[in-house]
Design a protein around this ligand. Sequence first.
Ligand SMILES: Nc1ncnc2c1ncn2[C@@H]1O[C@H](COP(=O)(O)OP(=O)(O)O)[C@@H](O)[C@H]1O
Ligand SMILES: O=P(O)(O)OC[C@H]1O[C@](O)(COP(=O)(O)O)[C@@H](O)[C@@H]1O
Ligand SMILES: [Mg+2]
Length: 365
Amino acid sequence: MGKSVVKRIGVLTGGGDAPGLNAVIRAVVKTAIREYGMNVVGFENGFGGLIKNQARELTEFDVIGILPRGGTILGTTNRDNPFHYPVIKGDKKIFADVSDRVFENISIHGIEALVVIGGDGSLAIGKELNDQGLKVVGVPKTIDNDLSATDQTFGFDTALATATEAIDKLHTTAESHHRVMVLELMGRYAGWIALAAGLAGGADVILIPEIPYNIDVVVEKINARSQERKKFSIVVVAEGAKPLGGEMVVSKHVEDSFDPVRLGGVGNVVAQAIESATDKETRVTVLGHLQRGGSPTAYDRILATRYGTGAVNLAAEGKFGRMVCLKGQNIESVPLEQAVGELHTVPVNGELIKVARQLGICLGD
Ligand SMILES: Nc1ncnc2c1ncn2[C@@H]1O[C@H](COP(=O)(O)OP(=O)(O)O)[C@@H](O)[C@H]1O
Ligand SMILES: O=P(O)(O)OC[C@H]1O[C@](O)(COP(=O)(O)O)[C@@H](O)[C@@H]1O
Ligand SMILES: [Mg+2]
């Protein structure tokens, strides 16, 4: 058995779910118990469970069969920030710092270190708690792949596979009906899912937030395809795509959320513009939360497992305030502040963009 500076750890999953969360939880529990003889407590529904003291002991028995399962057995939320928590004062709702409740519950459960599996939002909260004395270790989660301190987040590969399959399916119906098919994909302010799926699925146009689009250029591309006797086109649009000089399309504002903006709707905007300018029948598919669901790919299962084991190793070695990350072929770690410092967006002069251009894919500019 390995040596560890902590004997009892907590774990939670925060933010939007991503395929592979259960694989991380399983690896955390198995490594903690088998390798270090630790106990593990799971907090439910992200930081909500830490605020409201919703927790349960996790044994190896609890993680049987969860490796291939999507979602998270612990539940998650993209609300419940302990530093910005809605409370009723008089007849008004205000946002308050309730982090003292977190420290109270941590001490009730005798937790010595906390594994936070989350994206930039959850890890920002984890960093703040770590700065205030809680020993935190982070694991980079998100289908968006928008964390800069790691080469890849887990969940991205599965979302990419789902999005690519959607493009393949749209191809056959587009071809039969000689239509333009627009597919709107997730990713928030980063175009990773759209760019990678567009390349993997052979899209004709890919619009991402990093390259504001000119709709005339998109229309030109579709017309040019018609002249090449290609009667259909596939247009992949990231939810964060925006026109030159214009804004992103917001679908809703989620009350109580620290970052309340939810993107969505740009697929419709682009499709309508294409239909009216080309007279080609155009249809829109919004893939939505299908991208976050289902069984993780083999790649994500392995990456998530390596992250889970890596996080427990960090805790055992007393390396707190850090996040496990992938650098090349290796699992390493970085300070949490680096993990939440900057969004990882698509480099506009990067190799993937160059490849897309050399293939003749229209990027809207
Ligand atoms: N920049 C931020 N700083 C602090 N908390 C944040 C920040 N962005 C989001 N949050 C909070 O972090 C939690 C999870 O955020 P979200 O963006 O939904 O998920 P993720 O952890 O995947 O980034 C929510 O409670 C949200 O209000
Ligand atoms: O589930 P919601 O609240 O509609 O949020 C949708 C957003 O969550 C995501 O699916 C994942 O984002 P996070 O990993 O940061 O939570 C985004 O791609 C999308 O914009
Ligand atoms: Mg986020």
